[in-house]
Design a protein around this ligand. Structure first.
Ligand code: SF4
Length: 188
């Protein structure tokens, strides 16, 4: 780069000779910054979604390129959040692509010191066995002579990320099993 180019690249020179007299825009911009492009520009499509972190339910625009999520930003069309996301919602890209995301079922048996990998069918069978056993052990046909037909062996505490439909189904399922302790974090 010659002396002339060096001088012309100097922000003060550009501020004094160009249109950006306040030095808050083009004059202060380096070549590296000028070459930057937003990563959303390379997205093939934008999918509307809802932040999974809390009950506010802020709207999200999920940017996808080559079938991979590349960026998640606030959805300005959302009447709930109007384009905004809090720090947790802004970091939800890591939920989908972060290296800490687990794709296997991890299991540490009672008194075990190591985690084991289980296939999903095995894990589901183990959960079903435990549900049946806990329901049976905590079953009460009656209390103080009054018919109850319930179990105290099961309880459900839902997270705020569950939506209305999921909460409806969870309530149906646990009530059908005879549980009476059914609650959600959003109500506590
Ligand atoms: S962006 Fe923040 S406030 Fe909005 S739903 Fe997600 S966690 Fe809740």
């Amino acid at each position: 780069m010659g002396l002339r180019d060096l001088i012309q690249a100097w922000p003060v020179y550009r501020q004094l000779t160009g249109d950006d007299r306040m030095g808050t825009g083009a004059a202060a911009k380096s070549r590296a910054t000028e070459a930057l492009r937003p990563r959303v520009r390379t997205a093939d499509r934008v999918v509307k979604s809802v932040c999974p972190f809390c009950a506010v339910g802020c709207g999200q625009d999920v940017y996808v390129a080559n079938d991979r999520v590349t960026q998640i930003e606030g959805d300005k069309d959302s009447p709930v959040s109007r384009g905004r996301l809090c720090p947790r919602g802004s970091s939800s890209l890591q939920l989908t692509t972060g290296p800490a995301r687990e794709y296997r079922v991890r299991y540490r048996r009672p008194h075990g010191t190591e985690w084991e990998d289980l296939d999903l069918d095995t894990a589901m069978d183990m959960i079903a066995d435990r549900v049946i056993a806990a329901r049976r052990e905590g079953w009460q046909w009656e209390v103080d002579g009054k018919r109850t037909r319930r179990t105290l062996g099961l309880a459900s505490l839902g997270g705020a990320t569950l939506d209305n439909e999921e909460n409806y189904l969870i309530k149906k399922l646990f009530t059908a099993l005879g549980a009476i302790q059914i609650e959600n974090q959003a109500r506590i």
